[in-house]
Design a protein around this ligand. Sequence first.
Ligand SMILES: NC(=O)C1=CN([C@@H]2O[C@H](COP(=O)(O)OP(=O)(O)OC[C@H]3O[C@@H](n4cnc5c(N)ncnc54)[C@H](O)[C@@H]3O)[C@@H](O)[C@H]2O)C=CC1
Ligand SMILES: CC(C)CC(=O)C(=O)O
Ligand SMILES: [Mg+2]
Length: 362
Amino acid sequence: MKIAVLPGDGIGTEIVAEAIRVLNVLDLNFEMETALVGGAAYEAHGHPLPEATLKLAKEADAVLFGAVGDWKYDKLERQFRPEQAILGLRKNLGLFANFRPAICYEQLVGASSLKPELVAGLDILIVRELTGDIYFGQPRGRRTAVDGHFPGAEEAFDTMRYSRPEIERIAHVAFQAARKRDKRVTSVDKANVLETFQFWKDVVTEVGKEYPDVALDHMYVDNAAMQLVKAPKKFDVIVTGNMFGDILSDAAAMLTGSIGMLPSASLNASNQGLYEPSHGSAPDIAGKGIANPLATILSAAMMLRFSLNQTEAADRIESAVKQVLASGLRTSDIWSAGTTKVSTIEMGDAVVAAITKTTTKG
Ligand SMILES: NC(=O)C1=CN([C@@H]2O[C@H](COP(=O)(O)OP(=O)(O)OC[C@H]3O[C@@H](n4cnc5c(N)ncnc54)[C@H](O)[C@@H]3O)[C@@H](O)[C@H]2O)C=CC1
Ligand SMILES: CC(C)CC(=O)C(=O)O
Ligand SMILES: [Mg+2]
């Protein structure tokens, strides 16, 4: 079994280093190979997703990814910007199904920006379509407007689109995930305005008929954003498109205490997966040693469970994270009075120690 390790930029290198230490202590005998991606790859090879990195990712059983991006690349031609690396990996590996579980650990109820009673016991799953929508739709570009409010003016355009098979397959993923949970799916759309999302709603409704044991409801994305901060526990599985899922999952992250707590798994039709925290490269805190590595460590646990068939090892990581939080250790983003502030490395040390302790106990 081979894991491609792509740390990327900013805090990516710091948090992936901790996830690797956690994987190593499990002694699972995986081969790991690291490669440059994002801004780091652009600096070294002139491209954010070099052929060799893509080849490594394609051939691996799973990819562990940190994050890419930095403000200093914002003026580059789009094809060379670091973010094209993660978009390219998603597209080339066909990673259409993105799972973003938002779980509020008991110990972090007070770290959420919402009242404790709204988030205590929260366990929702956002299933985000990841290879379609306006993030990938063509054509896109800049041109001179021929109509609209200002004919003759410079304008930019992108294309929102979804095909029936793209919607069907992500809907199946969501209904099947719901079957293993509370058997409720909320499909989030903007069908009142966008034809793409009226089609999305129609197709999800059709697929839903194959799952009579799962309750399906529909919600407009603006209302969904509001309900996520009003009564998040009413959701079970949320299924939505690429852009709405991107935005809603960052909002959901704060229900769990911090975006530094939200892992993710992106799977293709053969269950090959890329595992990454839901956040970005956080240039504002990069190099300070304060980033929360837990979203990445929990993403590594998802990797063991979903792609590498190591359920027990995944359980051990997740239970070590709970023990560490119960012991009161917190990185800055989840710190509150009465808890102990630790660095990225100290948090990694604590998870490693908690795993070692359970190993010693047998
Ligand atoms: N999959 C990827 O590689 C992604 C890359 N990005 C890129 O990352 C760069 C920064 O984007 P932002 O919009 O600032 O989003 P971001 O997610 O990197 O950061 C947003 C805020 O959350 C904080 N934060 C993020 N992760 C954290 C962690 N583990 N521990 C503690 N605090 C954390 C940051 O310090 C910042 O204040 C951009 O270049 C963006 O394009 C953004 C999202 C995903
Ligand atoms: C940087 C983007 C391509 C992706 C993003 O924000 C995400 O996947 O959450
Ligand atoms: Mg995002």
